[in-house]
Design a protein around this ligand. Sequence first.
Ligand code: AN7
Length: 373
Amino acid sequence: MNRYTGIIEHYRERLPIAAGTRIIAMCEGNTPLIRLENIPALTGRQVEIYVKYEGLNPTGSFKDRGMTMAVTQAYAEGSRAIICASTGNTSASAAAYAARAGMTAFVLIPAGKIALGKLAQAMMQGAVVIQIKGNFDDGMRLVKEVAQAAPVTIVNSINPFRLQGQKTAAFEIIDQLGRAPDYHCLPVGNAGNISAYWIGYSEYAGKYAGSCNFCDGTCKFQQPAVVSTRPKLLGYQASGAAPFLRGAMVDDPETIATAIRIGRPQSWELAWNASRESGGWFDEFTDADILAAQKLLAEKEGIFCEPASAIAIAGALRDIANGKIAEQSVVVCTLTGHGLKDPDTAIKQSTKPLLQIDAELSQVKKAILDNIS
Ligand code: AN7
């Protein structure tokens, strides 16, 4: 039997998990890389755009790649409780993997500022949900403090096993494309993911020397190169929560894309390094830009991502239009989370009227004839 079980088994030789460890996994990873068919034509330029649809992970976001690693390692070390601060997706993922492992998950979330689907997941999967009167950054500070004083393992991306798991998305993209993309667009919040992609792309290109989290760079991560190039990493932020654009931490982050409502990214240095080394850049988008991109992707391609994820599409389209992304390029956008995570925002911005009729053939027929295009 050769059943796919998740990123740890699949990329085992490139991940720091000891033989014989109980793997806490649920077939995360192996997500589709979908080529956009209608949107590229709107740009008027010759480009290939692919989306890495991370919303199809078990809990609906890319966080599962990191969480399978962090929870597997925490369990192996004898920990029986995990904790995180979260804008929603990390808490949903932590709750799920803790449930599977038989551990307790404590999740600190900003009261009233996480999308409904994510809250439902954390509650349903048995996490202890602690709402705080503060934002993600306050939660992160408290988590770091309490982990000094209580027997809990932090599973935010300051836990290096998280980035190790998340780097596998870069491996998959190269395995799927048969090459590295020229540009990789993604949302940036706490900045773990952009950092993880750079680790992954660098390892597959045989360029990950000297900065391994676990050794001096002479470990098993030094494997033969799979490809010779790495993409430019383009990190996009919401204007109200854009510390990488301001060049400094932001105190009161605000955006409709609650997933990236973060002002004090923990992977600040790693992300700057990834951006600079790759030759990429950061840019910012208004909430209106973000929602427009979310809608465009849903309407033109049938792909539903959450608002934070759509910023990758907004960014790709802007940078294709202004020529910063060169013609003939291969562009990958990570769709970090599923659209169903945030039904409220989707319904609120829907412009199509909801028809309501009597249960009669004539009225159904009229509804069709009135609306057929
Ligand atoms: C859909 O869940 O930080 O830059 O606590 O949920 O690696 O933080 C979520 C982040 C992008 C940003 N897209 O990634 C959390 C959390 C979605 C997200 C990001 C998040 P990072």
